[in-house]
Design a protein around this ligand. Structure first.
Ligand code: M6P
Ligand code: ZN
Length: 188
């Protein structure tokens, strides 16, 4: 008998911390793209600028800027440090201040830093299974404090946009650094 309503395979899936499926957009950042965010200027100068730091896979089913859609991403941050500061994402505010985002830990260990407009910072532990709601108006950055890859999922509105400029000009007032083998929040 013909099955009129066959069960289709999903269009997308996670496999080995990657997103697999049609129209997945891949991007990556190397130290060269992130040089300004690390505090130790001497250490960054002695690092190979081609060193990979993190990769992002994203499924963006509607055009950027369109209201009402959702994007899904997975970010993989390699283990590593610049001086004593751990590898991390560039970090951003959303262009539309009211737009929130979910992050969730998938693998590895790290810290989610958020910062409000008054530079008040909050740090949350990230691990496989951790869930993080990032309210609109908060800048967000993820730091890999472990010895292995940290991967995390993200879901954000298609009209949120990325505002990197403010992070570059008035960055996070804290840095997550290795102190005797343990991650510590250092005030800048
Ligand atoms: C998550 C999402 C993306 C973001 C990526 C890397 O997957 O928040 O929107 O681009 O992390 O973070 P950033 O853009 O700060 O480098
Ligand atoms: Zn975001």
């Amino acid at each position: 008998m013909d099955n009129k309503f066959p069960i289709e395979p999903p269009v997308h899936r996670f496999s080995d911390q990657m997103m697999v499926g049609c129209e997945v957009v891949h991007s990556s950042r190397k130290l060269n793209d992130l040089a300004d965010i690390f505090v130790d200027r001497e250490a960054i100068g002695s690092c190979d600028p081609d060193t990979p730091v993190y990769e992002v896979d994203a499924y963006m089913p509607v055009a950027e800027g369109v209201s009402g859609g959702l994007y899904l991403g997975v970010t993989r941050i390699l283990p590593g440090k610049v001086g004593r500061e751990y590898f991390m994402t560039k970090g951003h505010f959303h262009r539309l201040e009211t737009r929130p985002e979910f992050y969730w830990g998938m693998q590895g260990e790290g810290v989610l830093l958020t910062m409000d407009r008054n530079c008040r910072v909050r740090a949350e532990a990230m691990f496989a299974g951790s869930i993080h709601y990032i309210a609109g108006g908060l800048a967000h950055r993820v730091v890999n404090t472990g010895n292995a890859q940290l991967s995390f999922g993200a879901c954000w509105p298609s009209d949120a946009g990325h505002n990197y400029e403010e992070i570059l000009h008035a960055g996070f007032p804290v840095s997550v650094q290795d102190r005797d083998g343990e991650p510590a929040l250092i005030e800048l």
